[in-house]
Design a protein around this ligand. Structure first.
Ligand SMILES: [Zn+2]
Ligand SMILES: [Zn+2]
Length: 253
């Protein structure tokens, strides 16, 4: 399968190891037409996220340089933001969101919440999810509500690795994504997704994007695991935006 884009890659501005230029050249070597630099938002703790929002200006300037140097690849300015409140607030403020070519959001553990008070029940549920069924159900509802709110509140293009480490109701999220025109990611790095999970999402008509989640240049464009899973789940290439030509129109919305 020929992919034309990998919209989920990280650099050393967050916790990847390559530079923007390294990733752009890696995309060129893979024969990709588009790559997005999507470093983590500032709320990720322990050096996983960018230092602060100003870092995105440096990333943007590196992207401009990469565009000048690397031919044949469109380098997109993106971010993988964190949901930091139950109302769907993310760590990239609304006025800043329009500047990005693509905005990805994901639920991550070890994120600084906007309100510790409101985050406590969610953190507690996710801890209890590991020890009992009821806890898992509660965590699933809370995590899903938060992601659904985030998809509605922000100009989101892709929800990254839904269900990774934090349980969610894939069907409910997919329904919100359909309404808002958001894609759900099939993550080629984490390998947590199952066929059943994808089928339940696909029944809603949601569209998918396969992302490498590359944290090093050699993994840029490594989308095979996601593609294999999509095939096993019976998905059609038309349902995967970074395969089909309709994806080019979709991301410009
Ligand atoms: Zn992530
Ligand atoms: Zn990522």
């Amino acid at each position: 399968m020929r992919f034309y884009a990998d919209w989920h890659t990280h650099t050393c501005y967050s916790h990847g190891v390559g530079t923007v230029l390294d990733n752009a050249y890696a995309a060129q070597r893979r024969g990709l037409k588009e790559i997005a630099i999507a470093d983590h938002g500032p709320a990720n703790l322990f050096g996983v996220g960018v230092g602060n929002l100003d870092t995105f200006a440096c990333i943007r300037s590196d992207i401009e340089e990469a565009k000048r140097q690397v031919s044949g690849v469109k380098v997109l300015y993106a971010a993988e933001a964190n949901v930091i409140d139950t109302d769907g607030t993310i760590d990239i403020p609304l006025p800043m969101q329009d500047v990005f070519d693509l905005l990805l959001i994901g639920l991550h553990i070890l994120v600084k919440p906007r309100s510790l008070w409101r985050a406590m029940p969610i953190a507690y549920s996710n801890i209890m999810a590991k020890v009992c069924r009821q806890g898992e159900r509660q965590a699933l509802v809370k995590n899903t509500d938060m992601l659904v709110a985030a998809v509605h509140r922000n100009r989101v293009h892709i929800v990254t690795h839904p269900g990774y480490r934090l349980p969610i109701d894939t069907r409910e999220l997919a329904k919100a994504c359909v309404v808002t025109g958001t894609a759900m990611e099939i993550n080629s790095g984490h390998r947590h997704t199952t066929c059943d999970y994808l089928r339940r999402a696909a029944e809603t008509g949601v569209l998918f994007a396969i992302g490498s989640d590359a944290h090093e240049p050699r993994r840029v464009g490594d989308l095979t695991a996601g593609w294999n899973l999509a095939r096993q789940a019976g998905l059609d290439p038309q349902q995967i935006l970074n395969v089909s030509p309709q994806g080019r129109e979709w991301r410009r919305r």
